[in-house]
Write a protein that binds this ligand. Structure first.
Ligand code: PAF
Length: 273
């Protein structure tokens, strides 16, 4: 496995290899990331991963400084997963002095995470576009856990005609339903026990949907009830492509929520239909 720290090194390693799958990450890897690496390994002759805690997608009062990091562990996990190339740039390599360009994907970033975290998706879209330009993947792998992020990236790829196939892989969960996330490491044992409320709330909406309920407000109400006593930033039942809140479910939809447990904010979602 080659570790590349500069854009020039990454470009040189990429030159001369054919189809390549990229797994972009912010490190502190878990089974969710490794499932993306396994999928990329199965679908591409060469697999690259990036580890970069992207400062531009964190708001001023967010957790950039305390975001968990463990590069040696990440590298050994990626090596065991059969990854060929790992791109681990420093912030100054990605954002040198004078960096002034931002990619803003409008519409699908208005609600949900975009409403609570202004500027977040501009940071994500910009860094992902840079990673695509630097690594030039044939396919890029993202987790369904960050549902809105996947919608934003797909839209950016479509709007800007980027020659990348975006693959979105299912959320990996603990046995009690908690979606894997690097931020789960912030939870105290008590909060960790409470964190199952996200999946319980989503499952209660999904159970009603599976039983034939198509009124979106009824499904949101079911989630809000399950979240009694918790602080939710939003509870949503939205169109899976436009992310507009729905009145009735006539096509693919997504139930999603964001819940605060102490200073930790967790998000999760389930597809409906
Ligand atoms: O999902 C993440 O880990 C990040 O948002 C990504 C896509 C690597 C961009 O920094």
């Amino acid at each position: 496995m080659k570790i590349l720290k500069t854009i020039a090194e990454m470009r040189a390693a990429r030159a001369g290899v054919g189809e390549l799958g990229l797994v972009p990450t912010m490190g502190y890897l878990h089974e969710g990331h490794l499932s993306l690496a396994a999928r990329a390994r199965a679908e591409n002759p060469t697999v690259a991963a990036s580890i970069f805690v992207n400062p531009t997608q964190f708001g001023p009062n967010e957790d950039l400084a305390r975001y968990p990091r463990d590069l040696p562990r990440d590298l050994s996990l990626l090596e065991a997963a059969g990854v060929d190339l790992v791109f681990t740039p420093e912030p100054a390599e990605m954002y040198p002095a004078g960096f002034d360009t931002v990619i803003e994907v409008r519409g699908v970033t208005d609600g949900l995470e975009g409403a609570v975290r202004p500027g977040h998706f501009a940071g994500v879209a910009t860094v992902v576009a840079k990673l695509f330009n630097i690594v030039q993947p044939t396919r890029a792998y993202f987790g369904q856990k960050d549902a809105q992020q996947s919608v934003v990236i797909r839209k950016m790829v479509r709007d800007l005609d980027l020659p990348v196939q975006v693959v979105v892989a299912p959320t990996v969960r603990e046995s009690d339903g908690l979606a894997l996330s690097s931020r789960n490491s912030y939870l105290t044992p008590e909060q960790r026990a409470q964190a199952t409320v996200l999946y319980r709330a989503l499952s209660s909406a999904k159970a009603r949907f599976d039983a034939g309920e198509r009124d979106a407000e009824t499904l949101r109400h079911a989630m809000r009830e399950a979240l009694t006593g918790f602080t939710a930033d939003y509870v949503s039942v939205a169109d899976a492509e436009t992310l507009q809140e729905l009145d009735r479910l006539d096509g693919p939809a997504i139930a999603s929520l964001a819940v605060r447990l102490g200073s930790t904010r967790l998000i999760d979602n389930l597809l409906l239909g």
